[in-house]
Design a protein around this ligand. Sequence first.
Ligand code: UTP
Ligand code: MN
Length: 495
Amino acid sequence: MFPKALPTRKRRRTEVASVGGRDEVKFRDVTLFLVEKRMGKSRRNFLSNLARSKGFCLDDALSADVTHVVSEGNAAQELWSWLEEQGFREMQDKHVLHISWFTESMSAGRPVPPEIRHYIQNPAVDQRSRTNPSAKPESALSPYACQRRTTMDNHNKIFTDALEVLAENLELGGNQGPSLAFRRAASVLKSLPAALRHLQETQHLPCLGEHSRAIIEEIFEYGSSSRVEEILNDERYRTMKLFSSVFGVGPKTSESWFCRGLRSFEQVLSEPSVRLNRMQTAGFLFYEDISKPVSRTEASALKIIVEEAVISVNPSATVSITGGFRRGKEFGHDVDFIIKTPEAGQEDVILTAVIERFKSQNILLYSDFQESTFDLRQLPTHCFEAMDHYSKCFLIIKLKREQETDARAGRDWRAVRVDLVAPPLERFAYALLGWTGSTLFERDLRRFARLERGKLLDNHTLYDKATNTFLPANTEEDIFAHLGLEYIEPWQRNA
Ligand code: UTP
Ligand code: MN
């Protein structure tokens, strides 16, 4: 544009002109913001003019348009607290960079791609996702499942299945803590857009510890893991898994049966000292049916049945499918429904009436109704793993078979596990979010809320510890927004 040997005076005039912001913007997808703190006003002005003269766009305020924040001399902790106070949120397309990135970009005459060394990391965020010097920082995976999009397309099933066997084995042994490490590792792999090709590709992924990596390495080398094979053949694991596959039988009961030397259902059922509760009795009675996965088609047929019953009780109530099917799963171990009642106080009434209706239709095989114990005054609870307080019921229902009838059993239905939950209207968004899962997604939402945002989340509410207030939400989007998280669609929550 300019002649090469531009007289000094003229060039100076060009720079002066840039103060008025008339320089041509060359890089439209980059908007800089220079942090004045520690940099000082005059240096900030000088650097701003320099950048404008090179075709960079700058914003004097930390607006939503800002893509690159540049800071000089500020401690990461201090800088990030200030940024967050200003409402700045960590997002994929926002970069918080050291002045070195700015200087290099000025010499290059263009915004250089930010590298790890340029970033000023938020000290509040888990460092494990950030130790990769070669990965594109823009694509760095979050260690929180609620910041990853995980669809049903798992490209790393061979690895995730193995890691989940290890996790399950620990859970059955009562070691929830250590099992979580394998669950997290599996979840990270599930979110990858493609299959791993080498072990090295795991090096920079968050949540992959040395144990998980060793398993992956073995699978790369031999096609399977000897540790996993060992577990799959282990008598204790096999028996515990068999027992806990019965509705109403958890790890504790399984363990006690195993320790008494019991190894099969026949032995359990003929053991005089074993007392089955009502749920377990139903679990054994309908075992064959309810241990078979429920298909999406069956779930849709059930929705019609539930809807019909709900509407007959309260025409203004609505029914939505939640749980795994809402996340796009093709099969489930049960079908979860959430009922929305516009009138307050209808929650218990509607479920009892629906149960009565199923009874009168002769399709109710088992029901466990739990009255609402919801009381906002008792919140927030710090006990997140506890069940929620909503009115709910766990049912076993007869579902008419469409095609083949079970001639052998002489019946034209199969038993299916159905869960219904009816929260008060103003709690609906929180209940829906909680019941949609996946379990790990929910767990990480809560962990993220607590550790990164100082807020307590559960199936009932979101509580802001800084202001001592409950945050209202009409939709799931509202809840993600309260947490400063990008919205993750239900089918992207298969973490
Ligand atoms: P499920 O156990 O039904 O899991 O719980 P799922 O994801 O639908 O998978 P399958 O296909 O049935 O096996 C669904 C969600 O409901 C929550 C669980 O935490 C899970 O995220 N839930 C369940 C509650 O929040 N409270 C309950 O009392 C029960
Ligand atoms: Mn379910």
